[in-house]
Write a protein that binds this ligand. Sequence first.
Ligand SMILES: Nc1ncnc2c1ncn2[C@@H]1O[C@H](COP(=O)(O)OP(=O)(O)O)[C@@H](O)[C@H]1O
Ligand SMILES: [Mg+2]
Length: 290
Amino acid sequence: MLNDQAYQLRQLSESLAGRGRPFTRVVTVASGKGGVGKSNFTLNFALSLMELGQKVVVIDLDIGMANLDILMGTAPRHHLFDMVRLRKNIWEVLEKGPRGLEYLAGGSGFQQLCKLEEEERDYFFRELEKLQGYADIVLIDTGAGMTLESQRCHLSADDIILLTTPEPTSMADAYSVVKILHNQKETISFHLLINRVGHYREGMEAAGKFKMAVQSFLNRDIKIFGAIPDDSAVTRSVLKQVPFYTANPRSPASLMMKKLAVRFSDGTAVNHEKGGMKGFISSLTKMLRS
Ligand SMILES: Nc1ncnc2c1ncn2[C@@H]1O[C@H](COP(=O)(O)OP(=O)(O)O)[C@@H](O)[C@H]1O
Ligand SMILES: [Mg+2]
């Protein structure tokens, strides 16, 4: 109920300010290998986007390993699937984290989607689609690797932030992600982000090599989004269960989050005709039916 009211208030203040309803850009965070920093990035990137005035909703779809709430030190009252299980609407399951960050907790999640009755699935998607026009960005943390569910998610999104560390094994796995997704949809938009770099230059060089490999083997372009320093403030904040961006706003990783948020907010042209939350849902629905 409260969230319903908050939603209405937001619509009202936006129309008074002449802003209109936002186009809701759906962004997934992907990686080949696990443990490369996806969940930490998702959470702290969301916080830094919010600081720029972006309305962000985070969805935790890391199947079985959903742990954004652990990183925030919060205990969600509801999980995403409570919408179906308990017939809740989306505003009732939308949780609040630090600084008012809104998120949908994953629980043992997304896999179950394939097992739902058609009617339940339609209900689930109808509720999710209400995020269209509510948020500027829906940021989705997914599981590592390319399960069928996460592939479907990435293929339906407007943008994919692909995270890897500079380690050759992690880079090779990230390359497979590009290859698998590109083979199914050539128009997919990748933003490559190298995490845990010793020096910025080293990270950007690794990114450059990756871009060239993709260019020559797959004959396609990927955007280099940036490089995040290996920073002990990240590990410390994981132990404290506080996002590093709030615990240590001046740490090297936090300062980079700020830059990335600015880059992401004004860097990419958004196609207002296609995609968005509506496109995401209709693409997912089609794939689940096929
Ligand atoms: N930029 C970083 N600097 C230092 N350690 C990091 C950084 N990013 C991630 N880590 C470490 O990696 C661990 C795994 O991160 P996590 O976000 O849970 O990965 P994933 O979601 O990809 O499995 C964290 O607990 C943290 O210790
Ligand atoms: Mg994770």
